[in-house]
Design a binder for this molecule. Structure first.
Ligand SMILES: *[C@@H]1O[C@H](CO)[C@@H](O)[C@H](O)[C@H]1NC(C)=O
Length: 193
């Protein structure tokens, strides 16, 4: 006992030191985690971006570009889903109207996010006005988020019922959270330069 205790203690201390070093080391994963920590949905932020750690490395521009690309792709696939839903047969007029409005809003959102991704790339070009381009990106992503939220809200009442309503709401909430995180990373990036 007298002989094993110090060994155990030594290993515990080493384990704790290694743990602390690992959580603060300059790795892409820790870079993503600390950038995500100031967003509204940090866990979702880290989950959706850590899979791209090898692309992001510790580059703030690449981080924001990936976050925006994830948001665009999620919004695009939700758009496809919603467009299929409103073509379903047997919808009530109110259901059709809610789905149709949502499809239009989400389509606007996709356009704004796509335009933002292009604009964001200009922030990195030498000689281009960083502040001008980043403020355009902030404005458009913020409008895209409003479109997504409006679309989700359209399904909180009783205009649409059952499974379609629940799955659209769930998708819209997720998409809006991913976009909200992208927006806060963009604001963070814009404020630093
Ligand atoms: C988004 O989709 C495009 C086109 O399919 C793809 O090239 C890109 O890698 C995707 N972005 C992310 C972050 O997965």
């Amino acid at each position: 006992m007298a002989k094993t205790f110090p060994t155990f203690l030594f290993l515990s201390v080493m384990y704790i030191i290694a743990g602390i070093a690992n959580s603060t080391a300059a790795t892409p994963s820790n870079f993503i985690k600390s950038s995500c920590s100031t967003t509204t949905y940090p866990t979702l932020c880290f989950e959706s971006l850590s899979i791209y750690a090898s692309t992001i490395q510790q580059d703030p521009h690449q981080l924001v570009q990936t976050a925006l690309s994830v948001s665009l792709n999620n919004t695009q696939s939700t758009k496809t889903f919603v467009s299929k839903c409103y073509k379903l047969k047997g919808l009530k007029a109110t259901e059709y109207a809610a789905l149709h409005d949502c499809a239009e809003e989400i389509s606007d959102s996709v356009d704004r996010l796509r335009k933002s991704l292009k604009e964001l790339k200009l922030c990195k070009v030498k000689g281009e006005d960083f502040r001008w381009h980043i403020s355009n990106v902030e404005t458009w992503v913020s409008s895209a988020l409003t479109d997504e939220t409006t679309c989700g809200d359209g399904f909180s009442g009783n205009a649409v019922n059952g499974k379609i309503k629940d799955s659209i709401r769930a998708k819209m909430v997720n998409v809006a959270q991913v976009t909200s995180n992208a927006l806060s990373l963009i604001n963070q990036y814009g404020a630093k330069y």
